[in-house]
Design a protein around this ligand. Structure first.
Ligand code: GLC
Ligand code: GLC
Length: 828
């Protein structure tokens, strides 16, 4: 069953029924100001940091109620009826409801008793504000006497404090009202130099800034007293709960349309110019007034929308494909790339499943997010890499997370997740391959943001690698620390106290439990580091070297020797006969082995070791992948392990805390499915790789939206596995490494259009049944038109570049000045 449809032409998903199984959301803003908006106008906004600079309030445990948002009410002043054109919060039976989620904007419209209302919500590029552009049309044969009421509820900035510290917060709220603009200035009197505002383009008949007079005592957003009366209370908030609401009267002739623009924004003043006059307590509005005036004008709002469309058009054009599969095309060309922007910006911090108060930017997560983002805005990827590296610890280890506003490591969650450092190497490698910008390696970057500790970024990568070498366990495999990629495999935790955090509790020395996953990751990262080392231009002479200088070669060989040793350790101690083991626990017992009672086989090591190339030469990779097919594959995707843990295991930690079939305990954890896809591609099995890709492709799953339940246009972190009663049900949409990894797997490994140091590599491993496909890829300033034709069943590639037959599968950069290259590829 579907709740809408894809409008690929306009790059929109159109929801035609407001009561979707769960709120289906979109992100507004892609730089510094962000909003989350649901299909019924729910959600919240923040500036940079969802926790520390929250503009509007969100109530926790709110899914699926989805109350609180960017609500506009309409009122018919002849019948005294009022309703919400976005369905929520009044939930009237609307005629012609439609929500169009697009690239950085959402349009929610409906008709009710002959009155049509359509609101376009968007954040203009390079601005810290959001526009709600409302158009009301009277389709009745008679004049309509209407009122429009807007509403937002402010958050008192620190979202965590806002939802907990009422004894203080009920007494701090302050506002100012001037020229149809409501200014929210709580704490501006003391240490804040920022405020929020909510402006309206029309002359207002009234306003409210205090929640209680607007809603009325004991009432919710579905029945505000102001709407019942048809009049605002003109309340001025002092303490309690500041809101902003405008009342605009609209008399519309039959057929007449009118636009009103609302602007919700964030503004900072220089500390010494906070007040106007300087010795007063009145907000200095001089610099914000111009911005407000600009966007209150519908023409500016239209122009901002047009600019946003063009911006997304240019980003998406960088990689476009035309394959025989509509779901692949739609995800690659539109939605998967779009989701990668969201995960790059927000990491795992703010969605309807991530509260915005719990997590900052993850060290591991943000590095992986680069894989799906770096081609779109390389300059921002560069900045991100340097920010992440600056939180690295001198040991080479990492804070698990950092706060985007302060860019400081977050001590609450600590470190010692022993996989973390290696993702930095992979992130940097992806950046270098995409851009060829070797200068990033020479950027001085501090450790733990400590001034004076700066070393070239390259040195950070070396320390990442060394970190593992200094932490090897009894089998010569990496010690796991708190956990590896699987945050829930807490082999040193041994927690028996309810409520204790599995992420930060450690009751063991940590000198025994080892991770085969980190071993695979180490091999991949080590090979990348060796290659970077060889190719790194000598820092003094800026020339890029054809062959590495002898010291670099020696260093690189040293890294490769360590990789070879690790591969040997995997062969000796990380192989279970039919698949890769997962780990050794604190007693030296096997995890993910046929000898185990439960959790005999895990996906992560099968995926990551084969992706990293382990066992390609000796049949282990194929065996491991066959075992995945046999034991882990389901019709909804590949589950994380089998059999699921049926009880809590003290020595395994959080993984066994989840009921079977959910999350890390045998859920389909979509993030790691692409590792198996890449593994299948590496062994040349295009049918299997693409089959796995299709199983979790959200667009493909649109048809079963009543089962999948999450948005059909983005990936979710998890789909319930076969042990759960709700097998096939997705949860935690949007913010997941699934976005970047699927994008990477389909574009670079299945379609095989791969960035490399020497040029664009083209090595498709696609289904046998495909006759071919086309792709356009912009890469280092050149547009490559790739036309793949299948003439035989295999994966052998023959390239003709601009008419010239070319050996190998890499298209070298064209001569200076050439901007277009045509590549014919025959697959046989
Ligand atoms: C979550 C975390 C990610 C982790 C994964 C598996 O998605 O954000 O860092 O790797 O869970 O536990
Ligand atoms: C929980 C989740 C895991 C996530 C972690 C982040 O352990 O199960 O997916 O990575 O929290 O803190």
């Amino acid at each position: 069953m579907k709740f809408g449809y894809f409008d690929d032409q306009r790059r929109e998903y159109v929801i035609t029924q407001p009561d979707t199984p769960l709120p289906w959301i979109n992100y507004l803003g892609c730089q510094a100001y962000f909003g989350i908006i649901s299909n019924t106008a729910g959600g919240y906004s923040f500036y940079r940091d969802a926790r520390l600079r929250r503009l509007t309030r969100y109530r926790y445990n709110n899914v699926p109620f989805d109350l609180g948002g960017r609500y506009i009410y309409l009122r018919d002043n002849q019948s005294n009826q009022f309703w919400s054109p976005s369905w929520q919060p009044t939930r009237h039976q609307l005629e012609r409801y439609e929500c169009r989620h697009g690239m950085g904007y959402s349009i929610i419209g409906s008709e009710y008793q002959g009155v049509e209302a359509r609101t376009r919500y968007l954040v203009p590029l390079d601005e810290n504000l959001e526009i709600w552009q409302l158009t009301v049309t009277n389709h009745r044969p008679a004049p309509a006497k209407l009122s429009v009421f807007s509403s937002v509820e402010f958050c008192l900035w620190d979202a965590q404090d806002d939802s907990a510290n009422f004894q203080r917060n009920f007494s701090t709220g302050q506002v100012e009202i001037e020229d149809e603009v409501i200014y929210h200035k709580t704490e501006y009197r003391e240490r804040r130099d920022h405020f929020a505002y909510f402006a309206c383009s029309a002359k207002i008949a009234g306003f409210d800034t205090q929640r209680e007079p607007f809603l009325g005592p004991y009432r919710g957003w579905d029945s505000p007293l102001a709407l019942e009366r048809g009049e605002s209370a003109n309340s001025v908030a002092h303490g309690w709960a500041p809101i902003a609401s405008h009342h605009v009267k609209l008399d519309l002739k039959p057929g007449e349309s009118r636009q009103i623009v609302f602007v919700l924004g964030y503004h900072e003043n220089p500390k010494e110019q906070k007040f106007d006059p300087p010795d007063s307590q009145t907000v200095n509005k001089k610099s914000v007034k111009a911005v407000i005036a600009k966007y209150r004008n519908p023409a500016s709002a239209d122009a901002a929308f047009e600019q946003l469309r063009q911006y997304w058009d240019s980003l998406l054009r960088i990689c476009q494909v035309e394959t025989p599969c509509v779901h692949t095309n739609r995800m690659v060309n539109i939605w998967n790339a779009y989701q990668c922007m969201a995960t790059f910006n927000i990491s795992r911090s703010a969605s309807f499943y991530e509260s915005g108060i719990g997590r900052g930017l993850g060290f591991r997560d943000s590095n992986q997010d680069l894989l799906g983002f770096v081609h779109m805005v390389p300059s921002r990827a560069r900045e991100r890499i340097l920010d992440i590296a600056a939180t690295q610890l001198p040991s080479g280890g990492a804070y698990h997370q950092y706060q985007p506003l302060t860019k400081r490591g977050n001590n609450d969650i600590g470190g010692n997740f022993n996989d973390d450092p290696h993702w930095l190497i992979l992130g940097v490698a992806a950046y270098l391959k995409e851009t060829g910008d070797w200068s990033i390696l020479e950027e001085p970057v501090p450790y733990d943001n400590e001034p004076g500790s700066e070393q070239p970024l390259y040195e950070h990568l070396q320390r990442s690698f060394q970190y593992t070498l200094a932490r090897l366990g009894p089998h010569g495999l990496p010690l796991i620390g708190r956990a590896d990629w699987n945050d829930c495999l807490n082999l040193n935790c041994f927690s028996d106290t309810p409520g204790q955090s599995f992420q930060t509790t450690t009751n063991k020395e940590g000198q025994v439990a080892e991770s085969v996953f980190i071993a695979g990751l180490f091999c991949l990262a080590g090979r990348e580091l060796a290659e970077i080392t060889c190719r790194r231009p000598c820092p003094d002479g800026k020339e890029k070297l054809q062959s590495p200088c002898s010291s670099a070669a020696k260093l690189a060989n040293g890294y490769l020797a360590e990789v070879a040793r690790m591969e040997e350790a995997i062969r000796q101690h990380g192989w279970d006969g039919e698949w890769f083991l997962r780990a050794y626990d604190d007693f030296g017992g096997k995890v993910g082995s046929k000898e185990c009672e439960e959790g005999k086989i895990f996906i992560e090591t099968q995926g990551f070791c084969t992706l990293a190339g382990a066992g390609l030469d000796n049949g282990m990779a194929r065996k491991a992948l066959a075992s995945v097919r046999q034991h882990l594959a389901t019709e909804h995707g590949i589950v994380l392990q089998q059999p699921a843990y049926s009880r809590y295991y003290l020595e395994l930690g959080e993984i066994s805390s989840y009921p079977p079939g959910y999350k890390e305990n045998a859920g389909i954890f979509c993030h790691n499915n692409p590792w198996v896809m890449i593994g299948e591609a590496r062994v040349g099995n295009g049918d299997s790789a693409f089959d796995y890709y299709s199983l979790i492709n959200p667009s493909k799953r649109e048809e079963i939206s009543e089962i999948h339940r999450c948005e059909p246009y983005v990936y979710a972190q998890m789909i319930a596995g076969m042990d759960a009663p709700t097998h096939g049900e997705a949860k935690n949409s949007w913010l997941t490494g699934t976005a970047a990894w699927n994008y990477f797997a389909i574009t670079q490994w299945i379609l095989g259009i791969r960035t490399s140091y020497d040029g664009l590599e083209i090595a498709p491993v696609v289904p046998k049944g495909w006759k071919g496909f086309k792709a356009t890829r912009k890469f280092r300033g050149v547009t490559y038109q790739v036309d793949v034709e299948r003439v035989g069943p295999g994966n052998n590639v023959a390239l003709t570049v601009d008419g010239v037959l070319t050996a190998g599968d890499v298209v070298a950069p064209p001569p200076e000045g050439v901007r277009q290259v045509a590549v014919k590829v025959t697959l046989s």
